[in-house]
Every structure is written in structure tokens, then in C-alpha cells.
Write a protein that binds this ligand. Sequence first.
Ligand SMILES: [Zn+2]
Length: 233
Amino acid sequence: MNEVKDMMVREFEVLVYKKDIKNFHLNVLPPNGKVRVSVPRNVSDDAIRTFVIKKYHWIKKHVESFQEQERQTKREYVSGESHYFKGKRYTLRVEQAKRLKIEVRNKRYIYFHVPEHYTLQQRQNYYERWLRNELKKELEILVPKWEKIIGVKVNQVRIKKMKTKWGSCNPDAKRIWINLELIKKPREYLEYIIVHELVHLLERNHTRRFKEIMDKYLPRWRIYKRQLNEFIL
Ligand SMILES: [Zn+2]
């Protein structure tokens, strides 16, 4: 049986698991950045505390990134809000207009022209349609590029809002799905997911062979994978 206990270390609530293991493991968990450490059974509270404090900055950074992600999900589409687009942070500027339009300006602002009477839901729908369209443009360039490099061909690429996955693949139908959220991330992450899903056309499961193919085409894929998994959806 694992022994579990709660501990406060500075401002963090730490969930401690004592297990039959040799090393310390530390995670910051979604969705709200709870800290979990797994430690060998005979370790003292002081040793745990020292370990957590040593990792203080790392933990803080990750806890904050989760909290930021939480905030990101509750958008009101009003001026001043931060919105991520292609890996950069933009400030939203909402302007009243008769015709709907969204444009990126000066690498800093996303201008959202919207009729005054538009509800939150309508704003959100339009904004998402815009994101979807931007992602589609990226996919139209990147998918053929990687199909050529890897030597595969998909029948269909679809964009979908997904809660737990960045992408998925149906190798029989040769169809891939890409998470809409990826348009907010740096392009390398989007490319990593495209490559990952295309490689499933050659190898269905995450086997050793799958990883070897990934290594061949995208040597840095492990870094992208780890960084993507630090974001929550
Ligand atoms: Zn996969």
C-alpha cells in the first residue's frame, strides 16, 4: 500500500506518496497545479520539504502556467484580454463595427470588429471560426509538406475541439484530427502533432518502431511532447 499525506511547503499544498521506489519524483498536476511528490518510504518530512524547496522555482512556474491556462478558458472577448495565437501573446482590442472582422496588427494586437449587440456566445463562435480558419491555412501548408517527407498520404484532415488529446488518427480511413487549440501554440508543436499522426499511418501503436520513425523525421519530438503535455486543455 502507498502511504499518502498532505503537506504545506511554503504556499504549495503538496501531496506526498510514499512508495517502494528509489528516487524522488515531482509533478505539477492539471487542472489547478496541485503538487505531487513520490518518495521512498523511509524519507523524513524534512527531506521532502528540502526537496520541494529546492525545486521551488520550477514548481512555481508550472503552477502559474496551469492557473494561466485556467484563466485562458474563461474568455469574455473584451478589450484588454490576452489571447494566444501561433505561440505569441496578443492583447485583444474590441471595436464596434457593422461588419465582423478579426485582424492581427503590429505583432501585439488582435483587433476584433464586432457589432455592438453581439452576445458573448456570438463573439466566441466567430472568434473560434476565425481560429479554425487560421489553423486550416496552416494545415494546408504543413500536412502536404510532411506527407511528402514521410511518404504517406491522408484522405482527410479535420479540426476538432478536444479536451484530452492534441490529435488523433484513424489509420484505416487515413484520417487525422487536429485539436483547434494548437493554433494558439508555437508552430513546432503543431508540426509535431501532424508528424505524430502521419507516422501512425506507418505504425498504428506507440511502439519502438513508432519512436524510431519519429526520431528519424523529427529528432526533437520528445521535447515538443513534454512541453505540450505541460499545457492543459
Ligand atoms: Zn499517437
